[in-house]
Design a protein around this ligand. Structure first.
Ligand SMILES: *[C@@H]1O[C@H](CO)[C@@H](O)[C@H](O)[C@H]1NC(C)=O
Length: 145
């Protein structure tokens, strides 16, 4: 009985998170891709769901979490919205972010991509900086698959 309840609460929790992601800040095209990117990158990086949930809320404290950095790198490369040099693909950004949102999010996205690009660091460290910059600059529109 106890386990049934735990499972129920766990499921409700994940459904809540899912609803969060389905808010208006995520366009249809992006919404469609997010579960795939998430699944692929969890497998590749070995990151925990707990870490991802914490990061979505802005808990960027652990700079040494290699799994998280791998996850961020994987998401960037999977989405192809930026290339390995953090150059933004406008066509794909337009495709994934609806106009009314991209007007708000896009400047942050570009600024953070530029900031990451100019760092003298590994791709994984740049990926970490990019997502941290994104959250710090605009927590309201932060998207982490
Ligand atoms: C941007 O993405 C589109 C769609 O995947 C692709 O066709 C195009 O070649 C990309 N542009 C660059 C500069 O990589």
């Amino acid at each position: 009985m106890r386990n049934t309840f735990s499972l129920f609460f766990l499921l409700s929790y994940f459904m809540l998170i899912q609803c969060d992601l389905e808010g208006e800040q995520v366009g249809e095209n992006l919404k469609h891709e997010i579960p795939t990117w998430h699944q692929n990158c969890v497998i590749l990086s070995d990151v925990t769901e707990e870490d991802i949930i914490a990061l979505r809320k802005g808990k960027f404290e652990d700079e040494d979490n290699e799994a998280v950095k791998k996850y961020f790198s994987c998401i960037i490369l999977e989405s192809k919205a930026m290339d390995a040099n953090f150059k933004v693909n406008m066509t794909l950004v337009d495709y994934y972010l609806p106009k009314q949102i991209s007007d708000d999010v896009f400047p942050t996205y570009l600024t953070c991509a530029k900031e990451a690009r100019e760092l003298d660091a590994s791709f994984e460290d740049k990926a970490w900086s990019f997502f941290k910059c994104f959250y710090d600059s605009d927590p309201e529109h932060f998207i982490l698959p």
